[in-house]
Design a protein around this ligand. Structure first.
Ligand code: TXA
Ligand code: MG
Length: 344
C-alpha cells in the first residue's frame, strides 16, 4: 500500500485522516508527546491491525485518545472526582488516566483488562481528526514494538512506510517522551509511567500518589504488572547502553578509561567538548531538562545503527521531567547503571 504523507497545514488533511479512521484504517497522528499509530478504538478489526503493524504483544493495552474531557463518560464508569480535577488542570496535555472501562470498549483495546487508559492530547489537528471521525482513537506510540518512540513524522515513515494508510506531519513533538500514566482505579492513585506531567504536579492535585515498582526497577517478564507495557524491553537501540552516573569529572574519568573503538557517548550539550574524542552525541542541555526529553528518542534512534557496540549515556538527576527521562533511559539500558563515583 502507498502511505500518504499529509501535512498538518495542508487543506483537507484532517478530513482525509478522519475518513481513513472511519474506514478502519491506520493513521499516524502527531501529539505533544510522541507520534501515535491511530485507529478507531471501538473497532476490533482496526485495533487488531495496530498490533500487527507494530508487532505488539496482544496483552499490551492501548490508550484511547479523546478530543474533550467530557468524552470519558462514554468510555468509562465509576469516574472518581479526582479524574475530573486532573482533566481540568492538565487536559489537553501529556496525562493518561486509567479508569474502569464501559462495555463499549473492546477487549482488544484494553488487552483483556476491565480498565481503559484515556487521554486528551494537546495537538490541534489530532483533536480535529478525532472530532471528525466521531470515535476515540486508539494510539500507541508509532514505533515498531521495542524500539525508541517516534517523535517526528520521518521516524514514523522510517518504521511504517508502505504498511499504514497515512501519516499526518506536524513537526517534532514538544515533550518528546510519552504521557504520564496514573491509575485511578484503586484506593490510592498510582503512577504507572512518568512523563511530561510530573509526580510533583500530580501530588498537588491528588494529595497522594503511589509510584508503581515498574517505574523504578526492571520487571520480570512473567510478572503481573499494572501497565503491561512496562514489562517489555523498551525504547532500546540494538547496541548495549550503559548509564554512567556521578559528577561530570567522575563520569568522564570512567568513560575515558573504558571507551573502546566502536563505542559512542550519549551526553549533554554541555559535555560535548569533554567527550570530543569519544564520538559524542548530545540529546539536549542538562540545564534545560525539557530539551533532554524532547531530544532523547531521536538520539536513541540515531544510535540504532549497525556497528555501534556500546553507548555510555549521561542521564539527568532530580525530579520533574528529569524523572521521566531517567525512566526511559533506564529502560533503554535495561537498568545497567554504573556509579562512576564508586568506580573511580
Ligand atoms: O504519550 C502517549 O501516551 C503516547 C501518545 C501516542 O499518546 N502513547 C503511548 O502509547 O505511549 P503506548 O501504547 O506506547 O503506551 C501505553 C502504555 C503501555 O505501557 C500500556 O501497557 C499502558 O499504557 N496501558 C494502556 N492501557 C492500560 C490500562 N488499562 N491499565 C494499565 N496500563 C495501561
Ligand atoms: Mg510505546
Amino acid at each position: 500500500m502507498e502511505t500518504l504523507f499529509l501535512s498538518a497545514n495542508a487543506p483537507g488533511t484532517a478530513e482525509t485522516a478522519a475518513q481513513i479512521i472511519q474506514n478502519g484504517g491506520l493513521v499516524a497522528i502527531p501529539t505533544e508527546t510522541v507520534y501515535g499509530l491511530g485507529a478507531n478504538g471501538l473497532n476490533e478489526a482496526a485495533v487488531a491491525n495496530i498490533f500487527i503493524a507494530k508487532g505488539r504483544p496482544q496483552d499490551n493495552p492501548l490508550i484511547l485518545h479523546i478530543a474533550d474531557a467530557s468524552d470519558i463518560q462514554n468510555l468509562c464508569h465509576s469516574i472518581p472526582e479526582s479524574a475530573w480535577r486532573l482533566a481540568e488542570k492538565f487536559w489537553p496535555g501529556p496525562l493518561t488516566m486509567v479508569l474502569p472501562a464501559k462495555d463499549i470498549v473492546p477487549k482488544r483495546t484494553t488487552g483483556g483488562l476491565s480498565t481503559v487508559a484515556v487521554r486528551c492530547p494537546d495537538n490541534a489537528i489530532t483533536r480535529q481528526i478525532i472530532r471528525l471521525a466521531g470515535v476515540p482513537l486508539a494510539a500507541p506510540s508509532a514505533n515498531i514494538s521495542g524500539k525508541p518512540s517516534t517523535t517526528t513524522a520521518e521516524h514514523v515513515l522510517h518504521d511504517h512506510n508502505g504498511r499504514i494508510q497515512a501519516i499526518v506531519d506536524d513537526g517534532a513533538c514538544r515533550v518528546g517522551v510519552e504521557s504520564t500514566i496514573v491509575d485511578l482505579t484503586e484506593e490510592r492513585p498510582r503512577l504507572l509511567r512518568p512523563g511530561g506531567i510530573t509526580p510533583e504536579q500530580l501530588l498537588e492535585v491528588l494529595g497522594d500518589l503511589v509510584v508503581d515498582k515498574a517505574v523504578t526497577a526492571q520487571v520480570n517478564h512473567d510478572a503481573v504488572v499494572k501497565a503491561p507495557g512496562m514489562k517489555y524491553k523498551h525504547y532500546a537501540p540494538d547496541c548495549q547502553i550503559i548509564i554512567v552516573s556521578g559528577s561530570r569529572d567522575a563520569a568522564s574519568g570512567y568513560i575515558h578509561a573504558h571507551f573502546e573503538e566502536g563505542d559512542r557517548v550519549l551526553c549533554f550539550e554541555e559535555e560535548l567538548q569533554l567527550y570530543a574524542d569519544c564520538a559524542p552525541l548530545a540529546y539536549g542541555r542538562e540545564e534545560k531538562v525539557e530539551t533532554l526529553s524532547a531530544g532523547l528518542f531521536a538520539a536513541l534512534r540515531q544510535l540504532d545503527e549497525s556497528g555501534i557496540r556500546r553507548v555510555y549515556a549521561r542521564c539527568p538527576v532530580g525530579g520533574g521531567v528529569a524523572y521521566a527521562v531517567q525512566n526511559r533511559l533506564n529502560k533503554a539500558a535495561g537498568f545497567h547503571i554504573v556509579d562512576a563515583e564508586a568506580e573511580n
